[in-house]
Structure formats: structure tokens, C-alpha cells
Design a binder for this molecule. Sequence first.
Ligand SMILES: Nc1ncnc2c1ncn2[C@@H]1O[C@H](COP(=O)(O)O)[C@@H](OP(=O)(O)O)[C@H]1O
Ligand SMILES: [Mg+2]
Ligand SMILES: [Mg+2]
Ligand SMILES: [Mg+2]
Length: 355
Amino acid sequence: MTSLYSRELEIAQLAVQRASILTKRVFHETSKGTVSKDDASPVTIGDFGAQALIISALKHNFPHDEIVAEEEATELRANPPLRDQIWELVRTTSLDDVAAEGLLGGGIKDADAMLDIIDQGNSKGGKVGRVWTIDPIDGTKGFLRGGQYAVCLALLEDGDVKVGAIGCPNLPVDDAAPLTADIGANATDDEGRGVLFSAVIGQGATSRPLKVGALAEGRSISMKPLTDMSNASFCESVEAGHSNQSESAQIAQKLGITKQSVRMDSQAKYGSIARGAGDIYLRLPTSKTYQEKIWDHAAGDLIVREAGGQVTDIKGNRLNFGVGRTLATNSGVIAAPKAVHSQVLSVVQEVLGVK
Ligand SMILES: Nc1ncnc2c1ncn2[C@@H]1O[C@H](COP(=O)(O)O)[C@@H](OP(=O)(O)O)[C@H]1O
Ligand SMILES: [Mg+2]
Ligand SMILES: [Mg+2]
Ligand SMILES: [Mg+2]
């Protein structure tokens, strides 16, 4: 008997694997083709190309599902050389396994079809029906720096995360490796790196080596039991503009955490605590107006919860993925093992003055 969401999980993981190949090619082979978005954040040809490949795989398998994806093609329609650079990558990226590639429906017809596919990620989201959410490259700034980044995909059903997959090409493949954002000085090959995290609601969380063909064997992961806060390690964004680092230092001190925070880009943070490499992930608002995006959290939220963690915002509320493209009703993120989450939450609220 096949388990619930088994097909969605398989397609999601293969789609993330294929998109990850494209991002690695961009990193190793080409100039990044970086452009600035309206909010001054960067986007590269890797983000656009990965989004095209993932949406194409989803539309082939689940043509009626809605898609909320981070990027859109407007800039590319006005910039044919940029479009062609992306098309060349998309056209020549496939899984190194005929059966797996076949499951994703193979390639895209032409450059114009690719632009239309990228724009199919424009759903408004919401709390009704099946909605996939895609972050083709999460941690674009980390990607550009040669640090951590992640290819993220999740399925929401009636606003609830049911399936999540996160590809982390630069994390150690070994689940027992120490928590670090470092990928090794002058690392030129991928040896020892690349992990694919996944989860299905009610079925636990898994990690497996990130491959370029068929899926590798997975192993079940869980958060580390944390009994003594002085041994805890916590992670946060590299970017001070994404999470308040001086408040997190105060919180850590009050909790009795003695280790320096590990600063890591992307949802690699969620994956890292889910496999017990780290313990706590804090994301503390830097502005009253910024709304977190659903694609930055959906897969990570499920993977951490299925690994035995609890994920809330700074008010203690579960992340609500059913209110549109953003987490409009939430503020910040606190992810921690269930047993200590309330302790962490109360210190966060004390330091931030949250009532
Ligand atoms: N002011 C802000 N506060 C919180 N998150 C922000 C932000 N500005 C941008 N981001 C989000 O932070 C994400 C990266 O998270 P992290 O800091 O954990 O690496 C970005 O994802 P992208 O890189 O996909 O654009 C972006 O969506
Ligand atoms: Mg972005
Ligand atoms: Mg992101
Ligand atoms: Mg992104």
C-alpha cells in the first residue's frame, strides 16, 4: 500500500534535486546574472531557472494545483539576453536518470514557454485547496557569497503544510556533522556536501544525500533532546537586516546559552536543527512592517515539527500559511525542541517586550 502523499513527496524531492543541479551549475560555471528586485534584494539566473524547472515538474504531475512561487518573469520579458542565458541553463539541465527525469515530464518547449511557466507561480495562496509554495533559491545572498542556500518546496492543503522538501547543496551530507555554515575554504567540488530534507505530515522527517539522478536512500531524523541550555546551539540569519542579532544575543544570554550563535543563510537552519546538528532557530523581526513570505518557512516548519520540534512566532502562535503569500498574521519565528519551546518563548517575549 502506498502511503498518503507518497507521490507528492517523490515528485517534490526529484524536482528539488533537479533544480539544485541547475543552481550548482550557475555557481560553478557561469556568471550569476544578478539583478536587483524592487525591494533591492538580489535575484540570479539560478533563481529564475530553478523556479522554471520546479513549476514545470509540478504542472506535469498536478495540473490543477495552485502555485505560490517567489519570482516572476517581468524582468526577463524586458531583457532578452538575460532570458536566453536562463533558457540555455534550463534547456540543458536534467536528472541523470531517465526514469526520474520522465517522472518530472522532461524539458520545457522553448524560451517563451519558460517565461509563462515562471509566471504560473503567481497564485494568491489562501486557505482553500492544494497550493504548492516554491523558493527556488532561499538565501540568495548566501548563494552569491558561496555560503549556505536552499531549494525549497512545500505542499499546503487548506492552509496546512502536508509535504516539505529542502535541498541544501552546501550543507554536509553527514547528519552528525557539527553545526556550521562554513563550506570549507576554497571548496571547489561538492564532496561530502549536499543533503535533501523532507517530511510528510504525520510520517516523520527524513534526510538523504542530494543526488543528481534517482533519489538516494533516506534516513529518519529527529531533533536532539535538549536538557541543558548551556549546551544548546542556536542559529540565526547571516543578514542582520533579516533578524535582530543584538536581541538574539540578549535572549541567548538570559537562557544560559554559552555558545556563540551560528549564522547561516536560508532554510538550511530548519534542516540543521531538525537533524540535531543545532537546537534552536530564532528569527526576530527587524521592522514592524515586514511580512515573512510563506516560501521562506513552509517546508522548514513541517520538517522541524515532524522531527519533534515546535515552531511558532514570537507571540507563541503557529505559523499560519493560509492567509496569502505572506505570513501576514505572524511575527518572527521561534523553532525549538518541544520540551524547551515554552522556556525559549517566554525569554523572547521578555526581551522583546511582547505581551
Ligand atoms: N527584512 C527582512 N526580514 C526578514 N526576512 C527578510 C527580510 N528581507 C528579506 N527577507 C527574506 O529572508 C530570506 C533569507 O532568509 P535568511 O536570512 O534566513 O537566509 C530571503 O529569502 P531569499 O533569499 O529567497 O530572497 C527573503 O525572503
Ligand atoms: Mg529573494
Ligand atoms: Mg527565501
Ligand atoms: Mg529565494
